[in-house]
Design a protein. Structure first.
Length: 138
């Protein structure tokens, strides 16, 4: 790194461009520096392309994080645990149909299955809304 304060400022502005966090005033300041330096203009264009690429990648990472957060939420775990417990109870009640009401087992199985399907559908719909690649055609 050089001791030139002007070059240090240009480097700081280029870093802002790369992060995609450059303001209008900083863009104008950078344009003034680049007016007489064609290499700097090319560097600005390169950094702007990197910022665009990084923004798309960051959006995908954030969407993946949101999906993982919804899938591992306490509500989803409770719903799925309850659904599995009801299905297991329904299976046990169905095998013991002579000792227990013959309607209880299938009803518990159906209720557990309904809760599981609802839980997976709810999570899928919630994550589909935040997926930036949902409109990509293959």
């Amino acid at each position: 790194m050089s001791d030139d304060p002007e070059r240090a400022r240009i480097d700081a502005l280029l870093d802002q461009v790369t992060r995609g966090a450059v303001s209008d005033a900083e863009t104008e300041e950078l344009a003034l520096y680049a007016a007489s330096d064609p290499a700097l203009r090319e560097e600005i264009v390169t950094r702007a392309r990197q910022a665009d690429l990084g923004a798309g990648w960051l959006a995908r990472v954030e969407a993946d994080h949101a999906i993982a957060q919804v899938e591992s939420s306490g509500r989803a775990r409770v719903e799925r645990g309850l659904g599995l417990a009801l299905m297991a109870g329904g299976f046990v009640a169905s095998t013991l149909a002579g000792a227990v009401s013959p309607v209880l087992g299938p009803a518990l199985l159906l209720l557990g299955l309904t809760i599981l399907v609802w839980s997976f559908a709810r999570v899928r719909l919630a994550t589909f809304a935040s997926d930036p690649y949902k409109d990509v055609q293959r």
